[in-house]
Write a protein that binds this ligand. Structure first.
Ligand code: FE2
Length: 293
């Protein structure tokens, strides 16, 4: 293996050493990165002096890009970055920090709830790659929870109960939890729920995990309040400290995670400071379950 990894924190996170993402990776290195993602679920590459084109090239060497179109409250003429990037910064298209009450910022606060990227899409994301251009003076960590560990720690009765459950995911559900309900009819239509299995099996390792996300707002066939409580309980269980790695960002870090096996959340930071993070995303292979019309 031509990529060296060193485990950090819990078993599912590792630093990758001696890799320069500004140049194209060899096929062996690409295979090693994938193998690293199968062994771990979070890989950290420090000190990457890369521009957007280099981040895109690295991402594309690993698979097909998922575009970020219509997934936020930014209008198309308000995009700061091309749709090959998910803009998870707090900056508008002129690189100005959003006002505290700006609804695009308030919607973005949803990233502070435990979630899996794009679980609200019929074909949800595989990997996310987040590069830190600027970081706030304090706070702003990203925390990752390892969902196979959460699954393994369930009792047998709960494992049997969750096995075939189907959840509905929508960004409307996650924002509802924050008291943000200020959606237009067009946005409500755009954020219509999709279905996801609650238990996923890793295609290579065969390990089961809980596919949870703040976007999950109902369980098919269950009364909503009961489903919400059940899901909240599972999230609480799966995000116990022993299952969590907290990443403290340095400028130049690129962190890659597997959305099929992890949840993550951003932690708070001062609202008047810029946090410029650029995310590229790899598309998943298929829906986790058939959708209904
Ligand atoms: Fe995210």
């Amino acid at each position: 293996m031509s990529v060296k990894t060193r485990q950090i924190g819990p078993c599912f996170a590792a630093e990758v050493e001696d890799v320069d993402l500004s140049r194209p990776l060899s096929p062996d290195e690409v295979a090693a990165v994938h193998a690293g993602m199968d062994t771990y679920a979070v890989l950290v590459f420090h000190d990457q002096k890369i521009d957007d084109a280099q981040q895109l090239a690295f991402t594309r060497s690993l698979g097909e890009i998922e575009h970020a179109i219509g997934t936020s409250l930014r209008a198309p003429d308000e995009y700061r970055l091309p749709t090959t990037f998910a803009d998870v910064s707090n900056l508008d298209k002129d690189n100005k920090i959003f006002a505290r009450e700006d609804r695009r910022r308030l919607f973005g606060l949803g990233n502070r709830l435990w979630h899996s990227d794009s679980s609200f899409k019929a074909v949800p994301a595989k990997y996310s790659l987040l590069h830190a251009i600027s970081v706030p003076s304090r706070g702003g960590n990203t925390e990752f929870a390892y969902m196979p560990a959460g699954y393994d720690a369930l009792d047998a009765e709960t494992k049997a109960e969750v096995e075939d459950l189907i959840c509905e995911h929508s960004q409307i559900f996650s924002r509802q939890q924050l008291g943000f309900t200020d959606f237009t009819d067009e946005e409500r239509a755009r954020f219509a729920p999709v279905r996801q299995r609650l238990v996923r099996t890793h295609p290579l390792t065969g390990r089961k995990s809980l596919y949870l996300s703040s976007h999950a707002g109902s369980i098919v066939g269950w009364p909503v309040p009961e489903a919400r409580f059940f899901l909240r309980d599972l999230v609480e269980h799966a995000t116990q400290r022993q299952f969590v790695y907290a990443h403290r960002w340095r400028v130049g870090d690129l962190v890659m995670w597997d959305n099929r096996q992890t949840m993550h959340r951003a932690r708070p930071f001062p609202a008047h400071e810029p946090r410029d993070m650029r995310r590229t995303t790899l598309m998943g292979d298929a829906p986790t379950v058939a959708q209904v019309a």
